[in-house]
Design a protein around this ligand. Sequence first.
Ligand code: MEV
Length: 438
Amino acid sequence: MTIPINGFSKLTKEEKISWLADNYFSDIETGIATIKSYWNTDSKLQQLHDEFIENTITNFYLPLGIAPNFLINNRLYSIPMAIEESSVVAAASNAAKFWLSRGGFHAEVISTTKIGQVHFIFKGDNDKLKAFFKVTKSKLIQEASELTRNMEKRGGGILDISLRDKTADMEGYYQLHCSFETLDAMGANFINSCLEQFATTLKKEALSYANFSESEQRIEVIMSILSNYVPECLVKVGVECPVESLFSDPKQSEAFAERFVTAVNIAAIEPYRAVTHNKGIMNGIDAVVVATGNDFRAVEAGVHAYAARNGNYASLSHASLENGVFKFWMELPLALGTVGGLTKLHPLVKLNLDMLGNPTAKDLMMIVATAGLAQNFAALRSLTTTGIQEGHMKMHLGNILSELKATSQERDLVEVHFKNNTISHSAVVDFVNELRKN
Ligand code: MEV
């Protein structure tokens, strides 16, 4: 039986691996060899990656693919996508090409405000707290000036602080609800540092506020943290064209547009479908968010909360067919950064941002949202026409063949055979086994 370890983080990388191998690997030699085969031969680059997180033992690769031909606001982009799922990059590229000749994607940033909160407990007179906040608000801002000076010089900073009374939901619960403009930074560190300073000032000022009773003076701060729900950091992206421009056959165009709009409307009212619909959007969003060194967990959490903002989880995208014009668009919250974090540190992130023309955070919001909408368009186009499996299984075929370590000759024979036969995992395995027997 494995016994718990103390001081794992203090072990060297080799020691960590050897402890792991001894305790958990079924094949020690192969396990260690696999780990080491992913080490970078450039020791400086390896060290850089080792230091991104703690207890690093090796690198975990994701493929980086490129979806070219994205026309966004009349500018042509090749979009880097880091993702493990086959079909996603191909789907994005197809959608980009489709809309390239139909005016491209139109994107705009609606707002860029981010939110953070100091959550605290005050068991006392509500009116006295309000009066205290009124006289203390400027002090909160003033005592954070060291932290905000640089951001302010660039045009950002604290936008507002308000006192929110949440006592109807929980006894004594109040918030400092704070809004920020963090420009090209995602801003997590900036916001959290400001919030912690607000909390310090809040507690200190309360202690000397003469109108408070002794117990009221002891405000209990529970936590100070930014919110990943950013409904005021919004971007909108859309495509549109006359319905007859969709395909060369007018009947096909009309039927496609109608089925497409119905599919989107189903996702607007049916949560089981909406989750999968939005997952398809996130295929595009996350891949670009990861490739540009942004926090995909934060984006995921915020986007799904936004999708449920009206009380029902619903589709993020919308479509219409009116007066002969097909329109497809979405609006979603994206808190992204193009400075700070990994943006300068990770060589591939740096390169990807360079490839995108070193975008501002606003530009990146539009690019990322476009990748999401393109992905959604491609998925709905397949789903409402051929079905998703045709394209998916073709792409998946490559993975199955890699799993079977197929030779190039076997690959050629498989390709010919499955041109006219249905692809499934077992059918491919059987076919390759048959080839090998012969
Ligand atoms: C698969 O990763 C994504 C889809 O399921 C999205 C959708 O159903 O819209 C194809």
